[in-house]
Design a binder for this molecule. Structure first.
Ligand code: NAP
Ligand code: COA
Length: 260
């Protein structure tokens, strides 16, 4: 389905983003990933090479514009113009605002929000135009306020407004921009950091209307839909992949997550 397409995934070396990368590779795409740690990049490229035609890896901290610019240019030189761009690098930890240092707040906003701007800004010149699809990875925190998540709530809300703003600015160039919003996804770093008391996993699953935690494949399938021709008239959308969790369960779940 994605043969001869180049899919670039910022932060694509673990968890949900790697699951998305694997989905595209298995569907025939040339996949490029980058993040900060060489060992994670090497492992991801090895796994993606087993699944798809060719994979490429790079190193960059999304907070550093020059690193992002150079790494994206290298990926485009190696694998061609970018047909699908996924921006998913993120950081998270539980911290009440009153104890959070300015650097702690700034590091998450710097990775999630500023990083997304850097990735989109420096990928634009390498995008296939018309036709490219951009998918920003957001979170329910963008519109569901959660205690001890002020940094993430602010950053992800900003990402969704970037999605909508750039869908307007870049639509005339034939570039679609959407947000994909994972719910509580099992077996991921993000879930591990938020679910303090692991014995509450079953109780957490009950806060999801569909009655189960998500899998990375649930996100990969929707990312491929958003990138496909089936979604050719979809832009500026914030699309939850959360079994209905953000309709109300996400607020209830915070008690389970924080062990309260
Ligand atoms: P994860 O495995 O920790 O994925 C984060 C990725 O970003 C890693 O590849 C990491 O690699 C990279 N990264 C982190 N900081 C970076 C930086 N400064 N520059 C470049 N790359 C960086 O976490 P995950 O739980 O799968 O989350 C993936 C995405 O889904 C995130 O956007 C997250 O907010 C979102 N999400 C997750 C959940 C969930 O249930 N897990 C729910 C809602 C939303 P390096 O360490 O090598 O840099
Ligand atoms: N509670 C409160 N503050 C914390 C914290 C916590 N659990 N963890 C880190 N911080 C603070 C640090 O103390 C530091 O602030 P300070 O300089 O005022 O002391 C600031 O956050 C930056 O921490 P540092 O470890 O230097 O940042 P980093 O740039 O190396 O890493 C993080 C960024 C903190 C987000 C790190 O957790 C990370 O790399 N996360 C990526 C993986 C991840 O979070 N995955 C889940 C995605 S949903």
């Amino acid at each position: 389905m994605f043969e001869n397409k180049h899919v670039l995934i910022a932060g694509g070396t673990s968890g949900i983003n790697l699951g998305i990368a694997k989905g595209f590779a298995a569907a025939g795409a040339k996949v490029s990933v980058f993040s900060r740690k060489q060992d994670k990049v090497d492992a991801a490229v090895a796994a993606l090479s087993e699944l798809g035609p060719q994979a490429h890896g790079g190193i960059a901290d999304v907070r550093e514009p020059e690193q992002v610019k150079a790494t994206i240019a290298a990926a485009a030189a190696a694998q061609g113009p970018i047909d699908v761009l996924v921006s998913g690098a993120a950081g998270n930890f539980l911290a009440p605002a009153v104890t959070m240092s300015p650097n702690a707040f700034g590091s998450v906003v710097g990775i999630d929000l500023n990083g997304t701007f850097h990735v989109l800004r420096f990928a634009f010149e390498h995008l296939t135009k018309p036709g490219a699809s951009i998918i920003n990875i957001s979170a329910p925190q963008a519109w569901v306020p959660m205690v001890a998540q002020a940094h993430v709530c602010a950053a992800k809300a900003g990402i969704d407004m970037l999605t909508k703003t750039l869908a307007m600015e870049w639509g005339p160039a034939g570039v679609r921009v959407n947000s994909l919003v994972p719910g509580p996804i099992e077996g991921t770093e993000g879930m591990d950091r938020l679910l303090v008391d692991k014995s509450r996993k079953a109780a957490l699953a009950k806060t999801v209307p569909l009655g189960r935690l998500g899998q990375v494949e649930d996100c990969a399938d929707v990312a491929m839909f958003l990138a496909s021709d089936a979604a050719r008239y979809v832009s500026g959308v914030v699309l939850p992949v959360d079994g209905g969790w953000s309709l109300g369960g996400a607020t209830i779940a915070m008690g389970h997550m924080m062990g309260g």
